[in-house]
Design a protein around this ligand. Sequence first.
Ligand code: NCD
Length: 304
Amino acid sequence: MEHTNITSARQLSRADIEMVLDRARAIADDPSAYADRHPDALLGLLFFEPSTRTKMSFSAAIKRLGGDIVDMGPVDSSSVKKGESLADTVRVIEGYADALVLRHPSEGSAGMASEFVDVPLINGGDGAGQHPTQTLLDLFTIRESAGLDDITIGIMGDLKYGRTVHSLAHALTNFDVRQQFISPESLRLPRKVRYDLHARGTDVREHTDLDEVLDVLDVLYVTRIQKERFPDETEYREVAGEYQIDANTLAAASDDLAVLHPLPRVDEIAYDVDDTDYAHYFEQAHNGVPVRMALLDALLGGEQ
Ligand code: NCD
């Protein structure tokens, strides 16, 4: 892979994606073969927003490669509290680590920060922008459960603010995947994402009702309404609680449907789905470790 920074899924070619996914498969098959790949590597974690999966799976990934983390910790106990700029913070922490993972509430922050550092910088989520490493583990899970060619995926929920959706929709244009978008009118895909998909030759089919497409789906990717990104809580309340699925909803789906969700879920997927064969979201979260190991290995210079 030629990239030093991973700030957007738009950077990732089909060859890049397949390289990471193939390496992740090899790692998942034989993790011990990778245990000492990067014994001295330190991964700097800069999380300016809450995180469970992204932060912990990156930590697990670098440790499983033989390395370790240096963690800025909570914003409240860092010098950010004293008014330090993001540019200064990353310039300092690049001196403590071999690669950085940044999560930040401002869209575009990872691209901006990457211009101030020489070590690889990975976007762990920039506001309502992008979340490219989530996309890699989403693609890994889709490939394992349904394959990545000649499939139909429904992407449902908060398509406006959901950064995992923006990254995934773009990355899927590298494959023979039909995309159906299901959301309330007010949470449609942003115009710039729609244009981008059109420019990549993808038909953007939008629906307000899951029933219109459920029976043709191979994959249903459900997302949380991103409460924290709404400028006004009343707007959130108008759409909260819409687009929930339960085992009953899925009676109309193909038996092979794979339901994915980047997690955390609030109420979009009822707990009764967890025990069905449709549920792939916990396995998806677990795939974050081998996929992030594969990506870190590639960025830190590991040969396959
Ligand atoms: C997602 C995120 O942070 O964008 N979480 C994650 O990284 N798995 C999805 C979300 O918060 O809804």
